[in-house]
Ligand binder design. Structure first.
Ligand SMILES: *[C@@H]1O[C@H](CO)[C@@H](O)[C@H](O)[C@H]1NC(C)=O
Length: 285
C-alpha cells in the first residue's frame, strides 16, 4: 500500500467516523475535537465542569436544542467538552468559567453570548444556519420544491406584508417546529392574490389567508376541502396545536409543540430577517 493511499484511507476513515453522542450532544475529547471542528462548518461547543450547577441547569436545554439543530437543513451540531478532564482544550480556548460556550465558524472560535433556553438556542442556531421558510412565487417554484421533497407540502397563502400578519408568524413557528419531521412548509404571498393558488375540487379559490396541503407527487391535482385550512375567526385559535390536528387528521404525522414566548430573545424565523419590526405595521389579518 502506497503511503499516499494509506494517508487518503486514514483521512477517509476519520471523515466517516461518527462522533459519540450523549442525548444528541456530541461528546468531544482531545482525540476527536479537531476532526469534529474540521468537518463542522458551524458548531456550538459547551465547556463544562461536572460539578457546576449552571452546567447541570443548561444540560436539558442543550440536549433538547441539539436534537433539533442537527436536523436543520444546514445542521449545527451541539457538543460538549468536560473542561476538568480536557485541560489542554480548555486552556487553548481560554475557558475561565463554566459553562463557557463557543461558536465555531469554519474552525474559528468566538464566544457565544446568546440565549440559554432550548427555544432560544434553537432560534439562534436556525438563524446562523440560515433556516428559511421558502417563499414560492410561481408554479415552477412549487414544482421544484415538490421534486426535492417526498413529504407532503403545507403551502401557506398570505397577503403582503406577511410581517404584519400574526397568522404568518404562527405559521413560521409551526414551520420551524416541524424541522426534521415528515412535512415541508412553504408560502405564497402578494398584495392582492398570492401567485400560487392551487385548484380545488369544487373550483372555488383556496382561502387567503389559509393553508393548503399538497401531495408532492400530485401538486397540480385539485385539492379537496379536507386539504384546505381556513384561518379561524379568532387569531388566538390559530395555534400550533390546531395546525398539527389538521395535519394529523389528513394522515400527516407531526407534533408541533407550543413554546412560551421569551420576550428578551425575540425570535425571527422568516426570511424577512432583521429588516422588519412587525410593530411598525398595522395589524393586517
Ligand atoms: C420569491 O420572491 C422573494 C421576494 O422577491 C424571494 O426572496 C424568494 O427567493 C423567491 N422565491 C424563489 C423560490 O425564488
Amino acid at each position: 500500500m502506497s503511503r499516499r493511499f494509506a494517508r487518503a484511507l486514514l483521512a477517509f476513515c476519520a471523515a466517516v467516523a461518527a462522533f459519540p453522542e450523549e442525548e444528541d450532544v456530541v461528546v468531544l475529547t482531545a482525540d476527536n475535537f479537531d476532526s469534529f471542528i474540521k468537518q463542522s462548518p458551524l458548531a456550538l461547543v459547551e465547556f463544562y465542569a461536572p460539578w457546576c450547577g449552571h452546567c447541570k441547569q443548561l444540560a436539558p436545554a442543550w440536549s433538547k436544542a441539539a436534537a433539533k439543530s442537527k436536523k436543520l437543513p444546514v445542521p449545527v451540531p451541539l457538543a460538549k467538552v468536560d473542561a476538568t478532564v480536557e485541560e489542554d482544550l480548555a486552556s487553548k480556548y481560554e475557558v475561565s468559567g463554566y459553562p463557557t460556550i463557543k461558536l465555531f465558524k469554519n474552525g474559528v472560535a468566538e464566544d457565544y453570548i446568546g440565549p440559554r433556553d432550548a427555544d432560544g438556542i434553537l432560534a439562534y442556531v436556525a438563524k446562523i444556519s440560515g433556516f428559511k421558510l421558502q417563499q414560492l412565487n410561481s408554479t415552477e417554484d412549487l414544482t421544484a420544491l415538490a421534486k426535492k421533497s417526498t413529504h407532503p407540502i403545507v403551502l401557506g397563502l398570505f397577503r403582503m406584508p406577511v410581517a404584519a400578519s400574526s397568522f404568518f408568524q404562527k405559521f413560521s413557528k409551526a414551520a420551524f417546529e416541524a424541522t426534521g419531521q415528515p412535512v415541508v412548509f412553504a408560502y405564497s404571498a402578494s398584495y392582492a392574490t398570492p401567485p400560487l393558488m392551487p385548484p380545488t375540487v369544487d373550483g372555488k379559490k383556496p382561502p387567503v389567508p389559509g393553508l393548503v396541503l399538497l401531495d408532492p407527487a400530485a401538486i397540480s391535482s385539485p385539492v379537496s376541502t379536507r386539504g384546505l385550512y381556513t384561518m379561524p375567526r379568532k387569531k388566538e385559535d390559530f395555534t400550533l396545536d390546531a395546525i398539527a390536528t389538521w395535519l394529523n387528521s389528513n394522515g400527516v404525522k407531526v407534533a408541533l409543540e407550543e413554546k412560551e414566548e421569551v420576550d428578551d430573545h425575540p425570535k425571527d424565523y422568516s426570511e424577512h430577517g432583521d429588516d422588519h419590526d412587525s410593530s411598525h405595521y398595522e395589524d393586517y389579518d
